[in-house]
Design a protein around this ligand. Structure first.
Ligand code: ZN
Length: 83
């Protein structure tokens, strides 16, 4: 399964065969803000969250669709640029 990271606030997929930890360390060494995240939710899940009026943050916490969780992680809708 593909690994995902947040690179300077944007979701990126680590290429197959690339060690995610090595890639993150290399990007951080170049001064980028990098964070390992879970796979982004699918469009159906995002639509359900919107219809229910809430969302999940990139660390899996519940949060406001346009907000952050208690750990300061942004909602998936914000990260994916959907709101
Ligand atoms: Zn959280």
């Amino acid at each position: 399964m593909a690994q995902h990271i947040l690179l300077n606030g944007s979701v990126r997929t680590i290429k197959a065969g690339v060690n995610a930890d090595d890639a993150i360390a290399s990007l951080q060494a170049k001064g980028h803000t990098v964070e390992k995240i879970k796979s982004p939710p699918g469009i159906k899940t995002l639509e359900r969250w919107v219809s229910e009026g809430d969302c999940k943050a990139t660390d899996g916490c519940r949060c406001d669709p346009d907000g952050t969780c208690e750990h300061g992680k942004k909602s998936w809708l914000l990260v994916l640029g959907m709101i």
